[in-house]
Design a binder for this molecule. Structure first.
Ligand code: BG6
Length: 471
């Protein structure tokens, strides 16, 4: 782990949507809680011509709009914006980078955050290298999309590696910054009762679902080149799958955790087209302004081919314009091996563990209990939830934006919650295989009504295996 805190944070793409909605509010939150190094300067850059004051005005507006009202304090915002300065820069013009070097001393520690189109990654890195802004105390954080397939991802990774060794490259998957996602590790490895059951002997299947109510939200140009498989499954969902399926790491550190995740990702069985359903919501083409055969929904069956998970399907489902915003993992256990209640007319349901990630943060274990009564007509059993509402249990803790955690880890140099090159490439390799299988089978997305749970074929897909989604 690199322990030094940096003294400068350089934000590329500083006027963009991510910066205004997430990065500035996150940095404000860290500053308000006294977590930023006191001398940390934030140098913002983008193409538009602004001076420091004009950018501070943009930042003030972004904070007023996006920081939750009960946490927003104008005086605090004023203190925060004083850390900001702005340098306009055309990333394709290498001369511009000299201006950055005049204001930044990389020897004092510099973290660079690239929140720009990936086509700019290469010229930016060249510009930074030419201006000597890539030295041993400089870290680089990159936002997705990191390529659109394995090959383009490798090209980006090679370009980055030319200037930044892997231990100073921080690839962001914002799901890893979510408190409930990190809590998966606590649930699995800080409790004794789950791990002995966490395998194919006791688990029937796993469901991971990320449903969204939003549609394109003006991101048509990007989204139509990606689709649900590459926008959500390649990164966030495979990371969730890896955290659910990985072996216990020997410690909670960057190498141990990422070593275990990558083993899972490399154990994913190449998918067959018959295990995948894709869909597109009605009205997508109108919203986009042209016809398209990109998928806005995908449901698929994955297998992790190793001893622990042999024969256990991992069902993944994600889509836009679905009825609810919900990210959830369901661990469906098997039935008891023999029911002593069968002779008394009672049926038992298999237990399930529902890990709700958002919007509710909550862990629920469905257990069988006896319905009160004298049982003259036989015993009746019913599922009752054992509920752990994390929001209530930790009501005195502020709920943070995922980027707060990631930006602080970047500033302090802890790569544990960032995606290593071998992980991202294993993810792409598997996704490329899915896309190739769909292409060869000439599968086209089926249409589904906006606000529904996707094409009916998604339900048929799971039903064939006797599974139904937790709708
Ligand atoms: C992004 C995708 O990575 O994640 C978006 O590009 C998606 O399409 C978003 O809406 C979902 O993130 P969250 O945190 O709202 O679940």
């Amino acid at each position: 782990m690199i322990a030094d805190k940096v003294q400068t944070l350089l934000l590329f793409g500083a006027t963009g949507d991510l910066a205004r909605r997430m990065l500035l509010p996150s940095l404000y939150g860290l500053d308000a809680d006294g977590l930023l190094p006191p001398s940390l300067k934030i140098v913002a850059t983008a193409r538009t011509d602004h001076d420091d004051e004009a950018y501070r005005a943009i930042a003030r507006k972004a904070l007023a709009e996006h920081v939750p009202a009960d946490f927003y304090a104008p005086l605090m915002a004023e203190r925060f914006v004083k850390r900001l300065s702005y340098i306009p820069l055309d990333a394709k013009d290498s001369k511009g980078f000299a201006k950055l070097a005049e204001r930044i001393d990389p020897a004092k520690g510099l973290a660079i955050f690239l929140s720009t189109a990936p086509t700019l990654f290469e010229p930016m890195i060249e510009g930074l290298a030419a201006a000597s802004l890539t030295g041993p105390k400089v870290r680089m954080a990159l936002e997705k999309p990191l390529g659109s397939d394995l090959q383009s991802s490798c090209e980006i990774n090679d370009a980055v590696a030319a200037a930044f060794p892997e231990q100073r490259t921080f690839r962001i998957d914002h799901y890893l910054g979510k408190e409930t996602v990190q809590n998966l590790l606590a649930l699995r490895f800080a409790n004794v009762m789950f791990e002995p059951l966490w395998n194919s002997t006791h688990i029937d299947h796993v469901e991971i679902s990320v449903s969204e109510t939003i549609g394109l939200e003006g991101r048509g140009d990007y989204y139509d080149g990606a689709g649900a498989l590459r926008d959500m499954v390649q990164n966030h969902m495979l990371q969730l799958l890896a955290l659910v399926a990985m072996e216990p790491p020997s410690s909670y550190d960057a190498t141990a955790v990422r070593d275990e995740k990558v083993k899972v990702l490399r154990s994913l069985r190449p998918a067959k087209a018959s295990d995948v359903v894709t869909g597109q919501y009605d009205g997508y083409a109108e919203e986009l302004g042209r016809a398209s055969d990109i998928e806005t929904f995908v449901a698929l069956k994955a297998h992790v081919d190793n001893w622990r998970w042999a024969g256990v399907p991992f069902w993944l489902r994600t889509g836009k314009n679905l009825p609810e915003r919900r990210t959830e993992i369901v661990i469906q256990f098997k039935c008891v091996p023999y029911s002593i209640f069968a002779t008394r007319g009672a049926t038992t349901q298999p237990n399930s563990l529902v890990i709700a990630i958002q919007p509710d943060e909550n862990i629920q274990l469905q257990l069988m209990a006896k319905t009160p009564g004298l049982d003259r007509d036989g015993i009746r059993l019913r599922e009752v939830p054992l509920n752990l509402g994390l929001a209530n249990a930790f009501a005195d803790h502020r709920r943070r934006i995922a980027y707060e955690r990631l930006l602080l880890d970047l500033i302090e140099g802890d790569p544990t919650l960032f995606v290593r090159r071998d992980e991202v490439e294993a993810q792409w390799q598997w996704i490329d295989g899915v896309r190739q299988a769909l292409g060869e089978a000439k599968v086209q997305p089926e249409s589904y009504a906006a606000g529904s749970w996707g094409p009916s074929a998604a339900r048929t897909l799971t039903k064939k295996s006797g599974v139904s989604w937790d709708d």
